[in-house]
Design a protein around this ligand. Structure first.
Ligand SMILES: *[C@@H]1O[C@H](CO)[C@@H](O)[C@H](O)[C@H]1NC(C)=O
Ligand SMILES: *[C@@H]1O[C@H](CO)[C@@H](O)[C@H](O)[C@H]1NC(C)=O
Ligand SMILES: *[C@@H]1O[C@H](CO)[C@@H](O)[C@H](O)[C@H]1NC(C)=O
Ligand SMILES: *[C@@H]1O[C@H](CO)[C@@H](O)[C@H](O)[C@H]1NC(C)=O
Ligand SMILES: *[C@@H]1O[C@H](CO)[C@@H](O)[C@H](O)[C@H]1NC(C)=O
Ligand SMILES: *[C@@H]1O[C@H](CO)[C@@H](O)[C@H](O)[C@H]1NC(C)=O
Ligand SMILES: *[C@@H]1O[C@H](CO)[C@@H](O)[C@H](O)[C@H]1NC(C)=O
Ligand SMILES: *[C@@H]1O[C@H](CO)[C@@H](O)[C@H](O)[C@H]1NC(C)=O
Length: 659
């Protein structure tokens, strides 16, 4: 690799630098962060420096809690945080940017700076992160043949446009410019992706340099295997590795050494826990294993970033998925040292004790875990089925198409699209409705004349028998369960991505309703409440199974008076409910699916709760509500003060149950 030119530059700066630090000045031109190749370490302001960092994603933590979490990280003895920037979180539509409130990434970095934490920035553009499409905006797929993470010119043009917005915001926050950002990662584990396109990496290197300047330390991160470093690294980008507890550390760093014979040892993602999938046990990594590997790495003088130090929540629809298709749940607790709700865990204190052996850990009280409150049971009433509410959910009416269109083709990126057609003839005996090429992405709630017949599910259930008469309405409410975020299948189109057949004939003449649930839930509540939400005609009838038509349920609840410090954080659970989405006061808390597990409760941060007026909870149940129209009082949710993210799991048995 390169000879240590940076060190030579450093020695020229030596005298003013020492003077500066002696006077405690913050002269930007004297702030340096560099690699000392001859001593295998970093130099910060010319002094040997080693970082012990932790990952936190501002996009998974409500803004009101940013400071609390960062202070807890500081108090654990970390001297840096590592953070991704999620492109799709900031550019929801091409050219439309969000950088305020929970999206104010500059404010987050400034907060870290004020607390004396350095920042390792990972702006992607691809970030993986168990985040929808690995942080890439879904609208990139509007060019159907786009080759993501490559030098495809349309991809590069969108990337460049984004970097031209983001990186100039980051430039004043670089360490050299007086800010906390000591290094910037280019792409993410690029060596695990099949494209292996050095032109793309070179393009990024060039753009990062031109927007951030020549001085900033750029690096890459790849899994600790030779085959990953082959395609993930590039001359001029410092190569680092990632690996978890229990890995042979000597071996893993030898892999880094093959690409970087000299320079600091860096584990950019040392896993404190692991991710979850619906239907699989909650991942746990023992504190003992994490503490002992951390101790080993620190004893070698290595730089370590703990991924995650604080996981947080995939609110709304932000979770990603793996292949073969398995979606990640709403909680991104990750078994991290700070829990999803920011609570201190046994792991937190154990890792702090390890760090203490190597670095000075700040004195003083650690902010305590935030108190929780069990607001208790709330009874919901049914508002409307999705079909009954179509005029509110899709005010501009359907798009007509002979064959089905995907989500991006109708410019809907998240949530739900309803596909409607009519039965071409009588089917008096059970007739297979089928997606021969596994084209239901990802779940379709199938009803005939509003009566739910069953569920089609990507990779697992591609055929369902239905009955009906010529002219009956066939509806498929298709749910996007989160885009694949890792591997070579990240071009993850949603909706009905291929034709459906009924008795082997292709169904045609569709009406496609993109559903704007967010707007409906936030702004049309008055209209909803003003109308009769009860059951009319066949739309609310039930099939022979216990399935209920996808429908919205609503309730108000109040925060009790006379108890100090309310509102507090809480957790919502769904006794008897099956699968759906939940909002409180218009804030989309995410997906619930206790019938699949392992997550049972959802985190409810206190800032969305109101003490002055009633709080409105809206549940969209997709499969089977615990109440029937005739039996009041059974549809309830419960607010509890303890999370359950490690409940029982089941694989798909829904349709099997019916037979
Ligand atoms: C910072 O240091 C440089 C080099 O020593 C000097 O030229 C410059 O005037 C200083 N700036 C401030 C604001 O002190
Ligand atoms: C770890 O890897 C090194 C280098 O490959 C090897 O020499 C050593 O035996 C391994 N240690 C264990 C416990 O497997
Ligand atoms: C379909 O069924 C209905 C009633 O069951 C009947 O009136 C009608 O003639 C049938 N149509 C065809 C094409 O068989
Ligand atoms: C379904 O297809 C089979 C085989 O082609 C045919 O015998 C049957 O009549 C079809 N059923 C209906 C309801 O059209
Ligand atoms: C559909 O019905 C047919 C005939 O009644 C039956 O043989 C088949 O197993 C059913 N398929 C499913 C997926 O239920
Ligand atoms: C559906 O089938 C038609 C006719 O075979 C074909 O032209 C079209 O491409 C198919 N659409 C999809 C999305 O597969
Ligand atoms: C429907 O639910 C009831 C009550 O939970 C249960 O007894 C019954 O077995 C269920 N039927 C089916 C078909 O699942
Ligand atoms: C909830 O409270 C709001 C505001 O007071 C009111 O408009 C609405 O009708 C209530 N909804 C229910 C379901 O009680």
């Amino acid at each position: 690799m390169d000879t240590p030119g940076v060190v030579r530059i450093f020695s020229l700066l030596l005298v003013p630098l020492l003077l500066g630090s002696a006077h405690g000045l913050h002269n930007a031109s004297q702030r340096t962060f560099e690699i000392d190749y001859s001593h295998n370490r970093f130099l910060k302001d010319g002094q040997p420096f080693r970082y012990i960092s932790g990952s936190i994603h501002y996009f998974r933590v409500p803004r009101m809690y940013w400071k609390d979490r960062l202070v807890k990280m500081k108090m654990a003895g970390l001297n840096a945080i590592q953070m991704y920037v999620a492109w799709n979180f900031h550019e929801p539509q091409p050219g439309q940017y969000l950088f305020t409130g929970d999206h104010d990434v500059e404010h987050f970095i400034q907060l870290a700076h004020k607390l004396g934490l350095l920042v390792i920035l990972r702006p992607g553009p691809y970030i993986c992160a168990e985040w929808d499409m690995g942080g890439l905006p879904a609208w990139l797929l509007e060019k159907k043949s786009i080759v993501l993470r490559s030098s495809d010119p349309d991809y590069l043009a969108s990337v460049d446009k984004w970097l031209r917005v983001l990186l100039p915001k980051m430039k004043p926050l670089l360490y050299q410019n007086g800010g906390p950002i000591i290094s910037v990662q280019v792409e993410n584990e690029y060596g695990s992706y099949s494209a292996c396109d050095y032109t793309y990496l070179r393009f990024l290197q060039n753009r990062f340099r031109s927007y951030l300047g020549e001085k900033v330390l750029l690096f890459t991160t790849d899994g600790a295997h030779e085959r990953f470093l082959k395609c993930g690294t590039l001359q001029g980008l410092y190569a680092t590795v990632d690996f978890g507890a229990g890995t042979n550390i000597t071996n893993a760093f030898l892999i880094q050494r093959k690409t970087e014979p000299k320079g600091p040892l860096v584990n950019s993602e040392f896993y404190t826990g692991w991710l979850d999938h619906w239907g699989q046990p909650h991942s746990v990594v023992s504190t003992k294993a994490v503490a002992s590997s951390l101790q080993d790495m620190l004893a070698r003088g290595a730089n370590v970033n703990l991924y995650m130090f604080m996981g947080g929540t995939n609110f709304a629809y932000w979770n990603g998925a793996n292949t073969p298709y398995q979606a990640q749940p709403t909680s991104y607790d990750y078994d991290a040292p700070l829990s999803e709700a920011g609570d201190l865990t046994e792991k937190y204190f154990a890792l702090r004790d390890v760090i203490k052996k190597f670095e000075k850990v700040p004195e003083g009280p650690i902010p305590p875990s935030t108190p929780k409150f069990a607001y208790g049971k709330v009874t919901l009433k049914k508002l409307k089925t999705v079909q009954e509410a179509l005029n509110i959910l899709c005010p501009f009416g359907p798009i007509k198409s002979i064959y089905p269109l995907t989500f991006v083709q109708v410019k809907q990126y998240f949530g739900f699209v309803l596909y409607r057609t009519t039965l071409p003839q009588n089917y008096s005996s059970p007739t297979p409705l089928s997606s021969p090429s596994n084209g239901v992405h990802d779940r379709a709630y199938v009803s005939v004349n509003g009566v739910l017949q069953g569920v089609l599910e990507r990779n697992t259930v591609s055929t369902l028998n239905i009955t009906g008469k010529a002219g009956d309405t066939l509806d498929l409410l298709v749910e996007n369960m989160g885009r694949v975020n890792y591997g070579n299948a990240i071009n993850d189109f949603k909706g009905l991505i291929s034709n459906l057949t009924l008795n082997s004939s292709i169904l045609i003449n569709w009406e496609i309703f993109p559903l704007d649930t967010e707007n409906a839930v936030r702004s049309s509540l008055e209209a909803w409440n003003g109308r009769d939400g009860g059951c009319r005609d066949k739309a609310c009838a039930h099939g022979s199974s216990n399935l209920t038509a996808p429908a919205f349920y609503v309730a108000n609840f109040s925060i009790p008076r006379g108890i100090p410090d309310l509102p507090r954080d809480t957790f919502i659970q769904f006794p008897g409910w099956t699968k759906g989405q939940v909002w409180i006061n218009g804030f989309n808390l995410g997906r619930y699916w206790p019938a699949r597990g392992p997550q049972v409760t959802l985190f409810v941060p206190q800032h969305i709760l109101l003490t002055a007026g009633p709080n409105t909870v809206i549940v969209l149940e997709l499969e089977r509500a615990p109440c029937r129209d005739s039996g009041p009082g059974q549809c309830m949710v419960e607010f509890v003060d303890k999370p359950v993210i490690s409940g029982a799991q089941t694989t798909n048995r829904l349709n099997a149950d019916r037979n």
